[in-house]
Design a protein around this ligand. Structure first.
Ligand SMILES: C[S@@+](CC[C@H](N)C(=O)[O-])C[C@H]1O[C@@H](n2cnc3c(N)ncnc32)[C@H](O)[C@@H]1O
Length: 270
């Protein structure tokens, strides 16, 4: 069972963040290695939400080591979001907050950024990032929640009725991982204000069933990161939005990075 979610991270302390081990291996490293082995052998990272959250708790210490590699793609993602000063933005499955700096640069401290994730390990790293940048607690909020529970009521409760309108919503490398990704997207779309814009980014592997190599790549990706890169994650957005934009970039092992965005119609019955 996931612990109680849908609450602000302010109750979590950064004191208990696990530090990367240094020097000669200690028994703690072996305990950790054993945990990793169990997670990998059972492939549990891809089986259910609890194990995916646990996997990202473990992954959190290493996650930011590849931060620079993805920077150009994040720039494209943020560009497509068309942010303005004072916007309120939700970063769904925000992880360690690698999008935060690019978003904060555009919205400024008069804006509001809400990061949602269900891995406490990743959120603790995000909290450290916020502290490093000295962003005010009025401007950024971290919410520990399953994204499939995201709704206006949850936002109002957590943010003490301070959120008027969600202008922008973003999810990078989250929809390939989320077990019920279509429901997650539906929740994102519901909370986005009419006229607001949504931007998504993830890996995509075309035609995985036709050849052995792509199948192996997807199996590897699911085992190591919990990501199913065969999902056409942009399609629900494309179907509902106006002013759709999409760019793909060749990535590794036959995968592409797809960045897609669109605007919610003012008449948002679709
Ligand atoms: C590959 S990381 C991406 C993190 C970040 N968005 C980025 O661009 O670096 C995937 C993240 O999705 C989170 N996640 C997956 N499913 C989720 C869900 N249903 N609710 C909240 N977070 C979820 C994981 O905890 C993890 O932090």
């Amino acid at each position: 069972m996931l612990p109680e979610t849908g609450r602000s991270l302010s109750k979590l302390s950064t004191d208990d963040v696990q530090k990367p081990a240094q020097g000669f291996p200690t028994p703690a490293i072996f305990t950790r290695a054993a945990r990793w082995a169990v997670l990998l052998i059972t492939g549990s990272a891809r089986l259910n939400k609890v194990s995916t959250a646990e996997w990202y708790d473990e992954f959190a210490d290493f996650y930011d080591s590849a931060e620079q590699r993805y920077r150009p793609f994040r720039l494209e993602l943020i560009n497509q979001l068309r942010l303005r000063p004072s916007h309120t933005v939700i970063d769904v499955a925000c992880g360690t907050g690698q999008n935060f700096e690019l978003i904060m640069r555009k919205i400024g401290e008069s804006g509001q950024l809400i990061g949602v994730d269900y891995s406490t390990g990743m959120l603790k790293k995000a909290k450290e990032r916020i502290e490093r940048h000295k962003w005010s607690s009025q401007a950024i909020h971290l919410v520990y929640a399953d994204a499939v529970r995201l709704n206006q009521e949850m936002l109002q409760t957590i943010l003490a009725n301070n959120v008027q309108r969600i202008d922008r919503i973003i999810c990078s490398f989250g929809l390939a991982v989320a077990a019920d990704w279509e429901d997650v997207f539906a929740c994102m779309w519901n909370v986005l204000a009419p006229g607001g814009r949504c931007a998504l980014m993830d890996g995509y592997l075309p035609n995985p069933r036709e050849e052995l190599r792509p199948r192996l790549v997807n199996t590897l990706s699911r085992t190591l990161t919990g990501a199913d890169v065969t999902r056409r994650f942009w399609e629900p957005l494309k179907e509902k939005c106006i002013r759709y934009e999409e760019r793909s970039f060749p990535y590794r092992l036959g995968t592409q990075l797809v960045v897609a965005s669109g605007t919610k119609p003012i008449d948002s019955s679709r």
